[in-house]
Ligand binder design. Structure first.
Ligand SMILES: [Fe+2]
Ligand SMILES: [Fe+2]
Length: 293
């Protein structure tokens, strides 16, 4: 494998500590996209990644921006751990190395949802964290920032962990870099605006309506992320009542934030109903789920 860093931004200086990609957090979404296109020239998955509105680069960049907001709001202890991890990557420019690891992991975490042909097969969804990791590591190697690879890999592999019961095939992140990626991505599930994205994804990709009255409460409660559902409401109930433990939100600020989202999230879910009668049924289901919690 070629370890010689290549400067995709066009400058001449690619020494380890002056590599422009150690300022990954300062690149715009457009610059990140251009770099990915150069590194993975002619790859079909990149075309899908560029345009997909659910799990494409737009989503990756939103997670990246939200990660940096979390970094700005870390507790002193969390900040200390992040500094330690940065130093573990490199004693020179530890902060830049840590922020670059966060940025690369955030951008790439869901790119594996698109297979080599740019398609989103069901099988690919279940192994997307592995494919995402492989692509992120190629990216790091080509840009001469392989030092961050272990942290990037650990973070991407754990980003979808919710709980032992819901995601038994995944492990929680061991590093604070991983916790930042996971918390930032998982916060998107709880955000009140997430209902639009969930409804569109269910409709366009899965062909599911917002609400199917034939789905029983038991079916809704038994649903886990990665399994099929008959309507978007089932997924939203998991968003509303999903675990908010520190294994899923290992950053204190993120835990507080998701709790503050709940009220408006519930209002927005009920607001998606097509009629007053349907709204009442949806509210009854939410109340029933709450009493089972
Ligand atoms: Fe994911
Ligand atoms: Fe994601």
């Amino acid at each position: 494998m070629n370890e010689q860093p290549y400067n995709y931004l066009g400058g001449n200086d690619c020494h380890e500590t002056t590599n422009p990609f150690l300022r990954f957090h300062e690149l715009t979404e457009g610059e990140v996209q251009n770099t990915i296109e150069k590194v993975f020239s002619n790859s079909q998955w990149v075309a899908a990644f560029k345009t997909d509105t659910h799990h494409g680069i737009k989503h990756g960049d939103q997670v990246r921006q939200s990660c940096y907001k979390l970094v700005d709001n870390l507790t002193d202890t969390e900040q200390e751990i992040l500094s330690r991890e940065g130093t573990e990557i490199s004693s020179q420019k530890p902060q830049e190395h840590a922020l670059t690891a966060i940025g690369v992991a955030a951008i790439f975490h869901d790119c594996g949802r698109f297979d080599g042909e740019g398609k989103m097969s069901h099988e690919q969804q279940n192994i997307h964290q592995i494919t995402s990791t492989e692509r992120a590591l190629i990216f790091c190697e080509k840009l001469g920032i392989s030092k961050i690879s272990d942290f990037v890999a650990g973070a991407i592999m754990s980003h979808d962990f919710q709980s032992e019961r819901i995601t038994p095939h995944l492990r929680p992140p061991k590093t604070i870099i991983g916790k930042i990626i996971q918390a930032s991505d998982q916060m998107g599930w709880f955000h009140p605006d997430s209902v639009t994205r969930t409804i569109e994804y269910n409709k366009q990709v899965l062909g599911n309506p917002f609400f199917d009255s034939s789905v029983t409460l038991q079916e809704r409660l038994a649903w886990t992320s990665g399994s099929t559902s008959k309507d978007a409401l089932t997924v939203m109930l998991n968003q509303l009542f999903g675990p908010t433990t520190d294994q899923r939100f290992g950053i204190e600020y993120a835990r507080k934030k998701v709790e503050s989202y709940r009220f408006q999230l519930e209002k927005n879910i009920v607001g998606c109903a097509n009629s007053r009668e349907e709204a009442q049924q949806v509210q009854d289901i939410i109340n029933a789920c709450r009493s089972r919690k």
